[in-house]
Write a new protein. Structure first.
Length: 301
């Protein structure tokens, strides 16, 4: 006869709110002793602690206050000096056994944010140099606003929506989110600068009544005089795609509906036939539709 099965026992873990302050502070202190340090980062505590850093932060008001009550070194990040930042860079380099550091290597291990280091030392590059470290090959030293905006535009087009900080990953994005924050002060300000620069490419409102004569395609391209460049600037390209909701105007496909879709901007009236690079003569197409249309007028397609 089979033995009667015992009912399963489901035991809940202790409710953190019921733990005393001494238990929480004691656990923080134990992690510090295990690391042999007088300060514990939130990342370190989340890996080694009994609880999570947010529990202590919520209980005591701040991570800094929890350290103070536990008898550990009290330091507020916004009080950190340039020397503090440089010393921490050296410490992390030794810890990782490297002579060069990238922001992606420092961020999960370091005590301070990349933005704070840049403010204290002038730039992250300057901080690395003062710490006696060499630049990582991944470090983009001479990025211009246009390069950052072009990358943002490409990412926006690929996603079919406004990118978040977590979207800046290869292969979609050439750069991380850090260069945007360093350059403009915050990610939101970077988006606002990008939107403002895009708006500056809007067609002039004073030409609404202007009639543009389209030269027939019987003329050779060399006989056609254009008033605009054939190349579509990245700002104008973004404006066209935003107007078209980042969708192909012929088949309706978009990166949001079909990942991997590549969109291009096409001249409705072909350039070879006298079509200009102007907002009203541009449209968003996917690569297959653009290849099929080629330099044919839209009505012939």
């Amino acid at each position: 006869m089979d033995k009667e099965r015992e009912p399963a026992k489901f035991q809940l873990a202790p409710y953190n709110r019921d733990l005393s302050d001494d238990v929480l502070l004691g656990d923080l202190l134990a992690v510090a002793q295990k690391l042999g340090k007088d300060y514990v980062t939130k990342v370190e505590y989340d890996k080694l602690g009994r609880l999570c850093a947010s529990t202590l932060q919520n209980r005591f008001g701040s991570w800094c206050k929890a350290h103070e009550l536990a008898g550990l070194r009290k330091i507020r990040h916004f009080d950190a000096t340039a020397e503090d930042c440089i010393n921490d860079l050296k410490l992390i380099a030794v810890k990782l056994g490297k002579t060069t550091l990238s922001s992606s290597e420092y961020r999960p291990n370091g005590r301070y944010s990349i933005e704070l280091i840049a403010r204290r030392c002038g730039s992250f590059k300057a901080a690395l140099e003062q710490a006696g470290l060499t630049l990582s090959p991944k470090f983009h030293e001479t990025l211009t606003d246009e390069e950052l905006f072009e990358n943002l535009e490409h990412l926006w087009e690929a996603l079919g929506r406004q990118p978040t900080k977590n979207d800046y990953l290869k292969p979609l994005s050439r750069y991380s989110c850090a260069p945007y924050i360093r350059r403009f002060g915050s990610y939101r300000k970077a988006l606002e600068a990008f939107a403002a620069s895009s708006e500056s490419e809007s067609p002039s409102q004073g030409n609404e009544g202007l009639k543009v004569t389209v030269v027939c395609s019987i003329y050779a391209p060399s006989q056609i005089r254009h008033k605009t460049s054939r190349n579509v600037s990245w700002r104008l390209r973004f404006l066209v795609m935003r107007r078209d909701n980042f969708m192909c105007r012929l088949c309706g496909v978009s990166p949001a509906l079909k990942p991997g879709t590549l969109l291009v901007v096409d001249h409705i009236e072909p350039w070879d036939s006298g079509g200009e690079t102007e907002m009203e003569n541009l449209q968003t197409l996917c690569e297959p539709c653009n290849g099929g249309k080629s330099n044919l007028p839209l009505m012939e397609c």
